[in-house]
Write a new protein. Sequence first.
Length: 272
Amino acid sequence: MAALVVVAAGGVVAVVLSTGGDSVAKPCDIPAAVPEQPVSAKTAPGGGGIEVAETGVSATGLASMGAVLRNTSQRIAYRTRLTLEVVVSVNGLPPGPVQGPLMTVEIPVLLPGQQAGVGRPLLNVGGTAKVISADVDVRTTTWLPPGSLGGFSPVTDTYESTTRVKASLPADAVRYTERSANCRALVSRRTAVVFRGADGKIVGGGLLPPDGKGNPAGSAQQPPASPSCAPGERSTWVVPLQAIPPGTDDPRTELSSYCDLNAPPSDVNAVD
């Protein structure tokens, strides 16, 4: 029988998997938790930091924003918190910022050189409302030395297909293959999706529960073989909360699984 043993040492909690009996315990060196010490994410010790590589917003319909962030440092960025800074004009009034919990996002882990997508729905853009500007304010992170997360490796996502359903939202589905080489199950804190047009520019995005959560009853989508962020490979999907932006070139769609060591007491990503 397998057993889970948690060992604390030096402020880092490690996980050890034991099969019991006379077999030798097989350690999994990905810690169960690390202390958070939030500081500026813009500058890391030794140089570099978290930079905003791209941003984009849909221009019509229910607008959404997408962005790509990159860790240019030699440190691990843990729980990087950012704010979407979106300015809109509604009904001819002076431009003002979009506010609310949707404007805050937290990326669980960015290894040195790694990049990840970010996305959120914004507002309904019509004849009396338009997006004036959209940017990302990178705020805080916990900088960790290389190797402090053991054998943690980025979970990779490969786009498969997009299914559009002529029904009340949400109904569309974006299916993708998720692969994790990690030695234990991690905690899913949603999946970011970034939509791009035929010219490669970002035209919107979202931050969505994976594994079809939120999908309407009667969906033809097949369930995943295992939960998101578990070891191994699975075909899974997300359901955009708004219509996929017009002009999206489906094969260019990018997905980023947000896999964390553990679940935070309150998850800023878990709002709609």
